[in-house]
Design a protein around this ligand. Structure first.
Ligand SMILES: Cc1cc2nc3c(=O)[nH]c(=O)nc-3n(C[C@H](O)[C@H](O)[C@H](O)COP(=O)(O)OP(=O)(O)OC[C@H]3O[C@@H](n4cnc5c(N)ncnc54)[C@H](O)[C@@H]3O)c2cc1C
Length: 490
């Protein structure tokens, strides 16, 4: 595909010469022609077309330039705010060797490099104008070893691939709340979801990963092999290389959970109730309220409930939710987990305009509740909680690069729309709400952050110096910089 696609491109069409090594199709090449691109530091580069041809020929996968058929699809990212970006080259890898060849090419030519798995980076880190995008989306095979209770996923897999494979064996590992999110970015940043309080974060279930480093080496990381790198991969994001494979621990799991969606009158009473409930329910419970406009335009609390354990125990533990006087609608009962895991896939689909700010909360205090009541009632932007604590908190802050083990909740404020003309006003509304919440927050999830390097570094807490040392070892030139970036240094 890469040869054909590349040969058909306008660039290739404008050429005049023959490249050895493209014997099957006798591609015509203007050895003198060049492709405009951008360097790591943002300077203009021009790359020889012949070298790009050679890279294309070395691949099992495909290479797309801007004029190629298939380029627009290959470079697509989830957030419509960044989908206009135009990488100079997209390398769609299908093998580890493809990844090695692409990384080597980018490093040797000083090309700005982005890495795309599911393409769900909120701040659009998996794409760029003028760089090379390494697109892993075609590397998504997933295998389960049911006896060993492990799951192996290629580095470009989506969370839905993992859910489907694991649930076929009545097993599960922690994945996120939208099935088209990439396992790559999700896992390397920490990874929480509807089972994390019971099973831990995705990184707590990660047993091993295979990584292509900036030097182009293929390195295995686990507790026994390169344990320092393994430590850094668990929360340090894409800073140390491209993960081409993850191995996760699986847990026995009834694919029918006890749960459902409950609708409550949104007021201080409800938030007081939730503050107590989220802190005291057993680990099996994951309770996540969304504050959204109801049919009459007034804000309601739409609460998603998942109990991943014995149903009778769930009925008993969650009975206070059904007895609460603010309950307006909804019920709890047996629910196929896969249905819940795909329930907001459409709502949070590709191509809309998205803007999000989020932070962790150690507890939901009365002061924080006052802010939420005021801002959520304005109805301009949505906000919600993701329930943490439980097993996610029973890991030491320095056991992995992910430092935020002592938090109870992730609080998100998000705007989304199909209409870009609303962006300015709604982004301002998200920021205003966030600013009011900030005094009550305790760090943030690097997977959901904006571009603010200093805050990102501070957010790694006491783990930061160790992360810099790892960066110096595995990526001293900061090739992997389009991420929650850790700069090499001292
Ligand atoms: C709709 C939606 C729902 C979400 N829900 C959750 C949730 O429930 N829980 C949660 O924890 N997070 C959630 N997130 C946040 C999510 O974890 C991050 O957006 C994450 O970066 C997405 O991963 P991706 O592979 O799709 O992203 P991409 O945009 O493909 O990649 C983002 C970054 O990750 C790195 N990266 C990706 N793959 C690899 C790889 N194989 N090797 C090396 N680096 C890689 C790169 O640095 C890249 O810049 C959600 C995000 C969205 C948009």
């Amino acid at each position: 595909m890469h040869r054909r696609t590349f040969c058909k491109s306008a660039v290739a069409a404008a050429v005049a010469g023959t490249l050895p090594g493209c014997s099957s199709e006798k591609r015509e090449v203007d050895v003198g022609s060049r492709i405009a691109a951008i360097s790591r530091e943002g300077n203009e580069l021009s790359i020889e077309t012949a070298a790009v041809n050679e890279l294309a020929d070395s691949l099992q996968g495909s290479l797309f330039l801007q004029a190629d058929e298939g380029y627009a699809t290959a470079k697509q990212v989830w957030n419509g705010m960044f989908d206009h970006k135009q990488p100079a080259i997209v390398v769609q890898c299908v093998t580890v060797d493809d990844v090695v060849n692409a990384v080597t090419f980018a490093r040797e030519r000083d090309l700005l490099l982005s890495v795309k798995c599911g393409g769900h980076s909120l701040p659009g880190k998996s794409t760029s104008d003028g760089g090379m995008m390494i697109d892993l989306s075609q590397m998504h095979s997933v295998d389960v070893d049911a006896d060993a209770m492990t799951l192996r996923a290629d580095g470009g897999s989506l969370l839905g691939h993992i859910d489907t494979a694991a649930s076929a064996h009545e097993m599960m590992t922690t994945t996120g709340i939208v099935s088209h999110t990439g396992a790559g970015g999700f896992t390397l940043g920490g990874g929480f979801g509807r089972t994390d309080r019971k099973m831990g974060l995705a990184i707590d279930n990660l047993l091993a990963a295979t990584v292509v480093t900036a030097a182009g080496d293929v390195v295995r990381a686990s507790e026994d092999e390169n344990p320092d790198l393994f430590w850094g991969l668990r929360g340090g994001g894409g800073n140390f290389g491209i993960a081409t494979e993850f191995v996760y621990r699986l847990h026995p799991f009834n694919p029918v959970v006890y749960g459902g969606t409950l609708f409550y009158k949104f007021d201080k009473d409800f938030l007081d109730f939730y503050a107590e409930l989220q802190a005291t329910v057993p680990d099996e419970a994951n309770i996540e309220p969304n504050f959204v406009p109801g049919e009459d335009g007034k804000t309601i609390a739409m609460v998603e409930v998942v109990w991943c354990g014995d149903h009778a125990a769930g009925e008993k533990a969650l009975a206070p939710m059904l007895a609460h006087p603010g309950l307006v609608n909804g019920d709890l009962g047996p629910f196929p987990y896969r249905e819940i895991q795909t329930s907001v896939d459409g709502l949070l689909g590709h191509g809309k305009q998205y803007y999000l700010k989020s932070s962790f909360l150690k507890e939901l205090t009365p002061d924080a509740i006052d802010v939420i009541v005021e801002f959520a009632n304005r109805g301009t932007v949505g906000s919600w909680f993701q329930h943490l604590g439980g097993a996610t908190s029973r890991v030491a802050a320095d056991a992995t690069a992910y430092a935020h083990r002592d938090v109870a909740l992730n609080f998100g404020i998000m705007y989304f729309s199909e209409d870009p003309t609303q962006n300015e006003a709604r982004i301002a509304a998200v920021r205003e709400y966030y600013k009011a919440m900030e005094p009550h927050m305790a760090g943030f999830y690097t997977n959901l952050n904006e571009d603010d390097e200093k805050r990102t570094w501070g957010n790694y807490g006491e783990n930061y110096p160790r992360l810099v040392a790892l960066k110096n070892e595995y990526d001293p030139m900061n090739l992997f910089r389009l991420n929650a970036n850790i700069k090499p240094g001292i």
